[in-house]
Design a protein. Structure first.
Length: 133
């Protein structure tokens, strides 16, 4: 299976909720982030993507590495995503930009009403619930 290398953020707001995004033309909500370009570190890719997608300006060194996770890609059939996940605590308002159509803040409760990417559903949200418990 082909692998897409991405960096993603577990963004945690001042109220403890976390942010999910949905890209234009897709159904699945997932963590903000994106593909790591050649010559970029995962943290650099994350900082670039957060700026492009949400207008969020962060320094790469602010991101706290949480681990590496893999899952079937939500939007690219036949691909797997390999994700370097980072935690960032944010206080400012975030505005969807670039390919992001919708953002939603969720808490550790039920997200059954949302269509979630496999990586988000199976790996990242369980970790989020442990972190804020």
């Amino acid at each position: 299976m082909k692998v897409i290398r991405i960096a993603a953020a577990l963004l945690i707001g001042a109220d403890g909720r976390t942010l999910l995004v949905r890209k234009r033309g897709t159904q699945a909500f997932m963590q903000p982030g994106g593909k790591i370009d050649a010559g970029e570190s995962p943290a650099q890719a994350l900082a670039r993507e957060l700026h492009e997608e949400l207008g969020l300006v962060v320094a790469a060194e602010q991101a706290q590495f949480l681990g590496e996770f893999s899952a079937v890609a939500a939007n690219e059939p036949g691909f797997e995503v390999n994700c370097q996940l980072y935690r960032l605590d944010v206080a400012q308002d975030l505005v969807p930009a670039a390919e992001i159509e919708e953002v939603v803040w969720i808490d550790a409760g039920s997200v059954d009403h949302l269509h979630l990417a496999p990586l988000t559903r199976d790996s990242i949200l369980p970790l989020y619930r442990q972190l804020i418990a």
